[in-house]
Design a protein. Structure first.
Length: 346
């Protein structure tokens, strides 16, 4: 693993947490916090990079099979997804259903990570709503072994990405406002180019990783990429939201990812801190747990009729999510990952 990128997972997961804190207090209903959904775009691009980093050469050289790859990815995402799904179902998580049969339809699509293909918020945000992104990841994992032959020649992969990007940007332009989230934010097919960006970045990383880049040059690259990202982030309010859901952030996210993957600058030294790396390791649990905790607190606050100032409640809730994520990672996520791999590889 690349420590700096692991740490960035935690930082962007925290941004997603901040984007959802509006359920606690209107203070978080501002652009600075709500734009934190860019964290999902970062995860999708990072996924393309890391999957290529870990598996592309092994699949090309036939050191592992497609089945071994898919089993590893199933073991990674499904156990915790199913646990949080069942908890959300038991606790009466968000579902808009007309009856028991309709409720079961929502549950089945969430269980199989197919709910994000249905462009209705009642489906793709049902139960534990952050899990919609796992539908996208599942498609990425299904497609990756078939994209590996394309990745041998970066020009072919770039051509596929360019065609997909052109179609998506054109489609975004003609999509009515009410439909953009269902078609362009959560839809796995239209988020596939994010993953391709990550795969292309891995090819660039292979070219750059052995270059003689000094500490000063590396630091300038890292600082420049952060400045570029912040310029896009704070200027995004003027950009139609449909583009901000993915393509608007491809360039700044790519710049951040490639500059920090090289681990040459002073900011990389900060991101290599063990606490930040540990935060990145628990970021999957953090991501799937956080909204469940925020909504539970918001519901309790409403029913109790009390009010705790956000600057007290939110840090406390953040610590609760961190604590639960550590427990989940240590006692559920890692053991279940090994168990599922063992079971499916028999």
């Amino acid at each position: 693993m690349i420590d700096t990128l692991t740490s960035l997972r935690f930082i962007f997961a925290t941004m997603v947490f901040g984007a959802h804190c509006y359920v606690i207090d209107g203070f978080f209903d501002a652009h600075f916090f709500k734009e934190g959904f860019v964290g999902v775009s970062f995860f999708f691009v990072l996924s393309g990079f890391i999957i290529a980093y870990n598996y592309q050469k092994r699949l090309q050289d036939k050191k592992i099979t497609k089945r071994t790859f898919w089993v590893a990815r199933i073991a990674r995402i499904y156990p915790l997804h199913w646990l949080t799904l069942f908890l959300a179902a038991i606790s009466g998580g968000y579902v808009v259903a007309s009856g028991a049969l309709d409720w079961f339809g929502h549950f089945l699509t969430s269980l199989t990570l197919t709910n994000a293909y249905i462009p209705e918020a009642g489906y793709f945000f049902s139960f534990n709503s952050p899990s919609w992104s796992l539908c996208c990841e599942q498609l990425f994992y299904i497609c990756f072994p078939f994209l590996v032959p394309l990745a041998r020649d970066w020009r072919r992969l770039l051509g596929v990405f360019g065609l997909a990007a052109a179609l998506i940007v054109a489609g975004m332009y003609f999509t009515p406002e009410n439909d953009i989230k269902g078609y362009w934010y959560v839809n796995p097919v239209t988020r596939l180019p994010d993953f391709l960006v990550g795969m292309l970045l891995f090819r660039l990383y292979e070219r750059l990783k052995d270059r003689n880049i000094g500490r000063l040059q590396g630091s300038l690259l890292e600082i420049g990429s952060v400045a570029l990202f912040l310029a896009f982030y704070f200027g995004a309010a003027e950009i139609p939201k449909v583009y901000r859901y993915s393509c608007f952030y491809w360039l700044p996210v790519a710049a951040v990812l490639i500059s920090f993957s090289l681990q040459k600058g002073m900011l990389s030294r900060i991101l290599s801190n063990r606490l930040l790396v540990a935060g990145g390791e628990i970021s999957y649990s953090f991501y799937l747990i956080h909204l469940f905790i925020l909504l539970s607190y918001a519901e309790w606050q409403k029913e109790a009729g009390g009010h705790i100032a956000w600057y007290i409640a939110v840090p406390l809730l953040f610590c609760v999510v961190i604590g639960l994520s550590l427990l989940s990672y240590r006692y559920f996520e890692k053991p279940m990952n090994k168990r599922v791999k063992s079971l499916l590889n028999r």
